[in-house]
Design a protein around this ligand. Sequence first.
Ligand code: HEC
Ligand code: HEC
Length: 446
Amino acid sequence: MLQKLKPKMLLPLALLALNANVASAQSTTRGPVDPGVRAGSAGAGGALANLSSGELAFFNSGLADFTSQEFLADGLGPRFNLDSCGVCHSQPAFGGTSPAKNPLVDVPGRFPANVLPSFITAQGPIREARFRSDNAVHSLFVISGRIDDTGNATACTIVQEDFATQLQNNNLSFRIPTPLFGAGLIEEITDKALADNLAANATQKSSLGIVGRFNRNDNDGTVTRFGWKAQNKSLLIFSGEAYNVEMGISNEGFSQERDETPSCQLAKLPNDTTTVDALTPADAISGIEKFTFFMRFLAPPAPSQIAPGGQASISNGRKIFSDVGCALCHTPTLKTGNTSVVALANQGVNLYSDLALHHMGSGLADGISQGLAKGDEFRTAPLWGLGKRVFFLHDGRTSNLVEAIKAHRSLASATTVGSEASSVINNYDGLTTTSKQDLINFLRSL
Ligand code: HEC
Ligand code: HEC
């Protein structure tokens, strides 16, 4: 299974992606072709319509913090993946996901004690690494030897993880960033709406082998929904965790440093806190709350009615998506509850996900357990914004939607059952090339 993740094996897929635009001009007799990232404006990254002026002030304050770079004096590190939220979440606009050109490649140049792990490549996706042996994220880089733009230098001497050995030992699994557009709407879908949706179309689901279940918070029992395995309850908790995991900045949600080596602590603990004597509320709240308001108030991505392939192809593709059974997991629309933010209340959310976990077979299994999610279970990935995405599936193994669909069909192994999506992919295989192309065009219109 890890074979697929070896850089050597990834190269052909990466080339395929670069050639996607060229390929689309050629004959389609060989099957459907992913036309690649949709041209035109980002159609994402702005605030929800109908925010009050106060809400907009919180969105803007959050955007500024989300896109700012963090330095040693802010508490960056000692272990970290990157020094800004906005750089990992940047395609096609701030709040998005991994850009085509990998910003992690530059880190060793700026932080001298590091080498670039072999699974981080210039044309490849931003990747976060987990060890299968402990399920946890292991930061890629250390601050040792760094003298930063603010003139701060560190006496820290901790050593970067030995990723080459971990890779050899088959102990790594990877995740790419998920996009955040519309995240506030996802946060406000009621558990009842989710449960009703999962229970719907029961006959059709069971005839195709689709089951699904929710990941849940241990203590209050409610549905958790963020992250590739729906492992996280809320944007606030995710922000606290991301600040500490991705940047090594401890905060009011996660007070302790992940590496407490004394010589590596350059800022007070926790590194980021509420500014209790600030002049405005939007300045007072701490970083993790600022990030939360930015993400909560981000508008969903705008789909295209006409590109790629024209209106007729896209609307036929939408029908096929439903006919073959994709929509049984990738639910087109769910509804939010009656929340206190007017712009988020009682809204249709066109996320294309049931937010449930499904067994995806041995080909996609990553061997990582989180909450109720086992090594072969993933949250149905929301498909809104797909048209502007460069990398697909949890580890970013492909840039080609045709490959992403094929990867859904996957067999059982000694430790996993077969993929719940296999029968739907059999239906897809039975389509004509034109119908498959309409389906791909529909996905790229999102
Ligand atoms: C090094 C790259 C990187 C940085 C920096 C980064 N993220 Fe992420 N982000 C990821 C990855 C990878 C995931 C998927 C994690 C998973 O599911 O295990 C993710 C997922 C998320 C999600 C879940 C969204 C969803 O619906 O699944 C949120 C929320 C988020 N990040 C917020 C933030 C915030 C806030 C910051 C800054 C404090 C941040 N991220 C910084 C890589 C990054
Ligand atoms: C059994 C539920 C299920 C069915 C049926 C299903 N999917 Fe998925 N889909 C998933 C899950 C779970 C993922 C995330 C898998 C991963 O990343 O390992 C996913 C991921 C994707 C992705 C990649 C999205 C991303 O964020 O990288 C695309 C594209 C996609 N599905 C399209 C389809 C299409 C088209 C069909 C129908 C032919 C389909 N899916 C049928 C559950 C399903």
